[in-house]
Design a protein around this ligand. Sequence first.
Ligand SMILES: NC(=O)c1ccc[n+]([C@@H]2O[C@H](COP(=O)([O-])OP(=O)(O)OC[C@H]3O[C@@H](n4cnc5c(N)ncnc54)[C@H](OP(=O)(O)O)[C@@H]3O)[C@@H](O)[C@H]2O)c1
Length: 285
Amino acid sequence: MSENEVMKGKTVLITGATSGIGFATAKELARMGASVVLVGRNLEKCVSASAQITQITGNAQVEYILADLSTRNGVQSVAQKFLSRHSRLDVLLNNAGVFLMSREVTVDGFEMTFALNHLGYFYLTYLLLDTLKETGMSRVVNVSSDAHRGSKLDFQDLQGESNYTGFGAYGKSKFANVLFTYELSRKLIGTQVTANALHPGFVASEFGKNNGGFLRFAMKLMKPFQKTIEQGASTSIYLASSPSMSAVTGKYFADSKEVKSDPLTYDQSAAELLWQKSLEMLVLK
Ligand SMILES: NC(=O)c1ccc[n+]([C@@H]2O[C@H](COP(=O)([O-])OP(=O)(O)OC[C@H]3O[C@@H](n4cnc5c(N)ncnc54)[C@H](OP(=O)(O)O)[C@@H]3O)[C@@H](O)[C@H]2O)c1
């Protein structure tokens, strides 16, 4: 099978696909023949991203679901809409993320970075797990970051109520992505569903530019040291599509190679506790 056909017949759901790494990943997977469902929170961007992908790749099987993934209702509506239109899910790509210098709170009362970057990944995966299992050989790909290194979760203060910093909250949320991925892979033993996490690199996307002039300016200065968006998408594309990844699970990747994540992410009791706390926060069993 040529590279152009490797995703033919496969359905991919990708969050945060209206810009940056998510958009570039969706475009490439559509080029490889996948039926691609983009999730975004801005209608104009959703319409434009799906039209662009179809125009560039010639693949008409590109659609979108509009939702705010930082809220419980938003995640539920994505799962409901997806399941009303599709009976299989080959790849769930959790990618939507945010960095916030100042603490914000969602309509559900959760700190925004934790809500979108961790609970959004956790809840969407939870709601689509049966479909992933029924599909057979399917994959969950979680976009984390090397910003998780040196971080750890404070289970007494998962909502960052004391001493919030943007970098601290972001590092913790990306640490949670790795813990969640490893715990998910353990829970999926005996199924054909894999779960892996990745660091895309330091990428010249729109990321962090919602934080005003200073960060925008700093990012501009760093541009020569950043990967292009296409380079940043390459590990996501690899984990989502490479035949060599079909049975690899519970690993962390950078530059399409398996690497060790922070030593503390291998703490199984912390991963179990995060799972349990996440269920409780979302009022799930
Ligand atoms: N860029 C980097 O250097 C870097 C490094 C390491 C890890 N990462 C990770 O890579 C992932 C993608 O980041 P990126 O660099 O591509 O950033 P980006 O260009 O800012 O894209 C983020 C995407 O997430 C969407 N999004 C944000 N909040 C949302 C919400 N509440 N509901 C639904 N969608 C929402 C955005 O939609 P809008 O367009 O409407 O805002 C956008 O499509 C993130 O998980 C990030 O943590 C990035």
